[in-house]
Write a new protein. Structure first.
Length: 63
């Protein structure tokens, strides 16, 4: 996921193990921006607002 012109980023992640997302919520705001929340269950969350969101597939051979 690629986010452009990010503002208000909040990252709260634990360091016990590799975080795995439980839920991803994205909503369009009245200002035509996107709010994104990534929930990592009991390991924390990532929240931000951005002007645009793009999904990009990763190369399967990438490690």
């Amino acid at each position: 996921m690629i986010c452009e012109w990010v503002s208000g980023m909040q990252i709260n992640l634990g360091t016990e193990s590799k975080p795995m997302t439980w839920e991803i919520i994205y909503t369009k705001t009245e200002q035509n921006r996107w709010q994104l929340t990534m929930d990592f269950t009991n390991q924390g969350s990532l929240k931000l607002e951005c002007s645009s969101l793009h999904l990009k597939t990763l190369d399967e051979n990438r490690t």
